[in-house]
Design a protein around this ligand. Structure first.
Ligand SMILES: Cc1cc2nc3c(=O)[nH]c(=O)nc-3n(C[C@H](O)[C@H](O)[C@H](O)COP(=O)(O)OP(=O)(O)OC[C@H]3O[C@@H](n4cnc5c(N)ncnc54)[C@H](O)[C@@H]3O)c2cc1C
Length: 167
């Protein structure tokens, strides 16, 4: 479940597009609630099966405000380290998903998959998100998929043509 306050909601709004993600989720039939206080929010989401949400937010606020130390397994936050203290609060039930993995098969410029020694594996191509392309900075998945997909297609044609010629 995604929880935030008015500051978070305003920051997440794509004002130029007039898009308010919380409102959008509600319009699309998602489970969404807004509430004037943490207590009220807690009551609303308890009906969805989520317990002790106000406590979790207060606990988070204590940490990021520096009023308590991180516990075992908790890390100091580098980003978004601001307490949630600006009502109204919102909660949206969400589902996690992977937009792009920073891992994959190494390929050459013809999208042929490389083995551990860096040699192409005969007959094995990879494209799109299955390719290892980015190490730390995301450069867009659709462009990568389009280019590597088309290149893999061309490699297949090249292989077919060279096989025909060989015979
Ligand atoms: C929420 C979200 C937002 C994103 N936003 C952006 C964005 O703004 N810009 C951007 O550049 N990228 C974005 N991405 C990433 C981008 O969508 C992906 O990187 C890209 O679509 C990957 O393309 P692909 O062809 O490699 O894989 P996919 O698009 O996943 O295509 C794989 C296809 O194979 C099919 N398939 C799977 N198994 C089988 C099987 N056994 N038999 C037959 N078919 C099968 C699947 O149904 C699917 O259609 C986003 C991704 C997500 C999830």
């Amino acid at each position: 479940m995604l929880v935030g306050d008015e500051r978070v909601r305003a920051a997440g709004m794509q004002v130029n597009d007039g898009l308010d993600r919380v409102e959008e989720a509600a319009r699309d039939g998602g489970r969404v609630v807004t509430a004037g206080s943490l207590r009220e929010l807690g009551h609303a989401v308890a009906e969805w099966g989520y317990q002790r949400v106000p406590h979790a937010i207060e606990d988070f606020n204590e940490l990021v405000a520096g009023r308590r130390k991180p516990r075992d397994g908790e890390h100091d936050r580098m980003y978004n380290a601001s307490p949630l203290v600006d009502p109204p609060y919102f909660a949206v039930e969400v589902q996690p998903g992977i937009t792009f993995p920073f891992a994959g098969l190494r390929v050459d410029a013809r999208t042929r998959v490389l083995d551990d020694s860096g040699s192409p594996i005969e007959g094995l191509l990879a494209a799109g998100v299955d390719v290892h392309a980015f190490d730390s900075v995301y450069g867009g998945g659709l462009g990568l998929s389009l280019t590597t997909g088309r290149r893999a297609g061309r490699t297949t044609l090249e292989s077919a043509t060279s096989t025909v010629h060989a015979h």
